[in-house]
Design a protein around this ligand. Structure first.
Ligand code: AMP
Ligand code: GLY
Length: 450
């Protein structure tokens, strides 16, 4: 059994570890952006490639002839790597380009939800540019929509993949209607369309599902801390840390909330099948917000989250290789997927000046040799030098995951190991602490009382 894993981050390391635990004892071929210290231990063959240059990866597949491929990051999925693999007879866990538009085009995603009557969208409109003459009218229409229909409470979304940096919110990034309209017109100039929607207030969470056609099997719900600094201040990042609870729900959500999110994922898989006339095979990541009016959909991704995969995969008790095989063959069932009733907390170690600067690039980071059994260390943007030391890149470097019977226990484990890591690095100490979770529970109670 041979698997080709395409990876650019700690998410790939967690995926490789889950494969390595399989009783099928697979051989892992890793196509990575760097000499990933985690992958170096787990992969039989590690090839450093540009994961956005699809031909290089296809060549590796031709040479190594894997039984199947797994694509972890969004860019190669959005660019159609899955289609390229299929054209050379390599089955793949990751949707084809047409289906991956659920992440790659926010306009496609919202229009799909509307067309198939899937609730949970905020008020939205997709603006499209057609001719130069129409530009002034478009600008006027956008201003009118922002000011009168959305009453100044809006979000402007670039209609393509932009590493989480294409979304700007009124009040935070866009302080006036003028600035909102200007950013919307910039988006239109760059990619032809822009999505503008109502700004929702509430608490965000993610629910990911394994998907094979119209069958969806859910994973534990996760909360991600996206902001760079303590108390949710600073720029949005890919996620500074995450937690999940032992009951696979979250402290600020009811079971009914998670059921609604689960039903949205199932409806999206069905709608994609109908719209694209082919089955989605991969991971579907629903990004939700619990509001005073119930659970709403923020976005969909066509892959595992990073760090969400770092919480989910270490507590998967069943065979991850068998799950991937079932996704590919269309035989996915609930009993193939079982998670341990444990809580997890991930805290990301990043360069000290991340995300504003890149001053620490190439500097050494030292991770303790021994960590408790219930702590996992996943390498992201950190690589192994020729002399065998770990050097920082410019982005999230190392995900530290504590696993415990309660969130509190998992948090303390992750915190303890984070404190022992030395180098020019930092992490968010408040991730999953009792106080920070209580704040979310209080906000949700306040919203629900209104
Ligand atoms: P997205 O790439 O669509 O997930 O957007 C990035 C972030 O922007 C989300 O995690 C939210 O924090 C925020 N966001 C996106 N859409 C909305 C919305 N309609 N209302 C409030 N916040 C939003
Ligand atoms: N943690 C957010 C993401 O992977 O998109």
């Amino acid at each position: 059994m041979k698997i080709l894993l395409v990876s650019n981050s700690a998410r790939g390391h967690a995926i490789a570890e889950a494969f390595a635990r399989s009783p099928q004892n697979p051989e892992i071929i890793a196509a990575c952006t760097l000499r990933d210290p985690g992958m170096m231990k787990l992969a039989k063959d590690l090839r450093v490639v540009d994961i956005n240059g699809l031909s290089g990866i296809v060549q590796i597949a031709k040479e190594t002839k894997p039984d199947f491929a797994f694509i972890a990051p969004d860019d190669p999925i959005g660019a159609g790597l899955s289609d390229r693999f299929e054209s050379i007879g390599v089955p793949c866990v990751a949707p084809k380009k047409n289906l991956a538009r659920i992440e790659a085009s926010k306009g496609f995603a919202r229009n799909l939800m509307q067309k198939y009557g899937i609730g949970g969208s905020p008020k939205f409109r997709v603006f499209t540019f057609s001719s130069m003459d129409a530009k002034r009218q478009l600008d006027l229409d956008i201003r009118h929509y922002l000011e009168y229909e959305l009453k100044g409470q809006y979000v402007v979304k670039y209609d393509g993949l932009k590493g989480g940096k294409g979304v700007k919110l009124s009040g935070e990034h866009l302080k006036t209607i003028d600035l909102g309209a200007k950013y919307a017109m910039e988006c239109i100039e760059q990619c032809g369309t822009v999505v503008i929607e109502e700004k929702l207030v509430g608490v965000e969470f993610s629910l990911l599902s394994f998907v094979s056609g119209t069958t969806t099997v859910d994973m534990p719900a996760i909360q991600d801390y996206k902001r760079a600094y303590i108390n949710d201040e600073g720029l949005n990042t890919g996620g500074m840390g995450t937690y999940s609870d032992s009951n696979h729900l979250l402290p600020f959500l009811s079971e009914a909330d998670v059921k609604i999110a689960s039903s949205f994922n199932a409806q999206i898989a069905k709608a994609l099948m109908e719209e694209c006339d082919e089955p989605y095979k991969g991971i579907l990541y629903g990004g939700f917000i619990a509001t005073a009016d119930g659970v709403k959909i923020i976005e969909y991704n066509a892959r595992f989250g990073d760090p969400e995969a770092l919480n989910i995969l270490p507590i998967l008790e069943t065979d991850f290789v068998a799950i991937c095989q079932a996704i590919i063959s269309g035989t996915l069932t609930n009993d193939l997927v079982r998670f341990a009733p444990l809580a997890t907390v991930c805290k990301y170690i990043t360069p000290r000046s991340y995300p504003e600067d890149k001053k620490e690039k190439g500097q050494r980071v030292i991770v303790p040799d021994k960590v408790p059994d219930n702590v996992r260390i996943y390498y992201g943007d950190a690589h192994m030098s020729d002399s065998g030391v770990v050097l920082l890149g410019t982005s999230r470097a190392i995900g530290i995951v504590g696993i415990g019977t309660t969130i509190n226990e998992a948090e303390e484990l992750a915190q303890e190991v984070c404190e022992k890591i030395s180098g020019p690095v930092r992490f968010r100490e408040d991730i999953a602490t009792v106080e920070s979770i209580q704040k979310r529970v209080d906000l949700m109670q306040k919203l629900r009382r209104r």
